[in-house]
Ligand binder design. Sequence first.
Ligand code: ATP
Length: 322
Amino acid sequence: MIEALGLSKRYGAKTAVDNVSFTVQPGKVTGFLGPNGAGKSTTMRMIVGLDRPTGGAVTVNGKPYKQHKAPLHEVGALLDAKAVHTKRSAYNHLRALAATHGISNKRVNEVIELTGLGPVAKRRVGGFSLGMGQRLGIAVALLGDPQTLIFDEPVNGLDPEGVLWVRNLAKGLASEGRTVFLSSHLMSEMAVTADHLIVIGRGRIIADAPITEIIAGQDKIRTLVRTDQPEELRRELENRETTFTQLEPDLLEITGRDPRSIAEAALARQILIYELTPRQSSLEEAYMELTRDQVEYQSQAIEQPEAQAPAAEATLISGGGK
Ligand SMILES: Nc1ncnc2c1ncn2[C@@H]1O[C@H](COP(=O)(O)OP(=O)(O)OP(=O)(O)O)[C@@H](O)[C@H]1O
């Protein structure tokens, strides 16, 4: 279990983490989501004592990280996969860490097998691809068989098979009753991996709830309606709570009205409807909605010279990260 209370971190004038309180419970995968620069890595670094909080406190399994006598047995963390001695082999890197906690070679071999590093275990870490580095970072995290696991962007650089492997690993660890806290930018991945989500924006918690609640909470009722008389239907339904998007000449997306009330209004006016489909927000939409005002590095629409302004929407470029 991880418990943060009033946790803050300032770097000079910059407040990276602003008075956050949350609990990461055992037995489930808790996802940590937020736009670039939201404060995810800083929070995770404070949990394992790599950054000192400016305010508040955080404990792991009831104690601040640094008070644990054998921290590798309490918390396994993948924070910066590149933070390894590049001249050592993966095997020697793991052995060196194992030696600090009296962990056996048998366990070293076990985590090498578990993370699929067997064929490259004797190679120098310096030549590892991003994905192999991530696997080694995960092997380090698992080495002490800890109760609590913290993974910062664990699927970064992994191929689809690797992504699936991390997903199953995280779920498997949680089903053994462990605390699993992982950050990711891949919201679609979170949707299939996490049970609970903590969403952070500009250093503050903006949602902390089961994933199903986050999706449902953001979900304004939306319905797709196909009709030959979209204008008539629109006039019939128009009010302050209802908005319309014409997707095709005969296809409307109506927000703020449920399918039954749309069908009743159409029936009263003898407007023929031949498709009526309720739509559910995806996690991605819910997340965009939640963090809309919280993005530090906002995407910019590319300005088009007026003379050749295209009819199509402006292309979006993604915001810069670190
Ligand atoms: N050592 C540092 N010195 C100064 N500012 C820092 C430092 N580390 C982080 N920051 C700033 O603190 C804020 C939070 O950064 P952090 O790395 O925790 O965000 P993040 O959510 O992990 O972002 P990303 O998704 O891009 O990894 C950012 O504005 C970042 O620029």
